[in-house]
Design a protein around this ligand. Structure first.
Ligand SMILES: C[S@@+](CC[C@H](N)C(=O)[O-])C[C@H]1O[C@@H](n2cnc3c(N)ncnc32)[C@H](O)[C@@H]1O
Length: 194
């Protein structure tokens, strides 16, 4: 048996408290693997909202979902915008109603490697995601230190998570002890139950 990869571990933590019928957000839909995972977990009563700044990513995600199970499209809303707009887009009544927000940083595999997430907008999105999470809701974030700007972004998100108030959140870093410089890193944040 192999140890769970960082991406498998992200799915484990994202799905651990996510029930059928829940509301989930994919903050970086990319090629749609995480979106599909979330849809399979929350459908048919639940809903997934997915963000990406590239139309190419939204089209790839829609295609992946349609090719897998067209009925899942009924539970999906794709938004062509940066995840930093997430909190503003969701009305006050959506506050504390989201089960999971998944982030998978970096660039679109197979796409333009120059279109990447940035520390500033990622941190803004993470702050917004905290407001949206319900108690026991989780944020999973996979960061890639190997590309230009990636190491700085990885350090920024680690520092952000490490500084979260202990009484309100648990923050976990799931890492291999001997990663390569480019290996992805996983951060999980859970809002504590009140
Ligand atoms: C590593 S890919 C995501 C992979 C995806 N989760 C999957 O399962 O295939 C990163 C994505 O983040 C997107 N992105 C970059 N900046 C963004 C932003 N500010 N808001 C939302 N998405 C962004 C990129 O366009 C790219 O598609």
């Amino acid at each position: 048996m192999s140890l769970p990869s960082i991406l498998e571990a992200a799915h484990h933590f994202a799905g651990a408290h996510l029930e059928s019928g829940a509301f989930a957000i994919d903050a970086t839909v990319g090629n749609g693997h995480d979106t599909l995972f979330l849809l399979r977990t929350v459908a048919p009563e639940g809903r997934v909202m997915g963000f990406d700044i590239q139309m190419e990513a939204l089209a790839a995600t829609r295609k992946r979902v349609r090719d897998t199970d067209p009925a899942l499209l009924d539970c999906l809303e794709l938004v062509h915008a940066g995840h930093e707009t997430m909190a503003d887009r969701l009305t006050d009544e959506m506050s504390e109603s989201v089960g999971t927000v998944m982030f998978n940083l970096g660039y679109l595999p197979g796409g333009d490697p120059d279109v990447i997430t940035s520390s500033e907008t990622t941190l803004e999105a993470l702050r917004g995601a905290l407001e949206l999470l319900h108690p026991r809701g989780t944020i999973t974030l996979v960061a890639y230190p190997g590309h230009e700007g990636g190491a700085e972004e990885t350090r920024s998100v680690h520092a952000w998570a490490a500084a979260l108030p202990h009484a309100q959140y648990q923050a976990l870093s799931y890492d291999f002890l001997n990663p390569s410089d480019a290996s992805p890193r996983l951060i999980v944040v859970q809002k504590r139950a009140r």
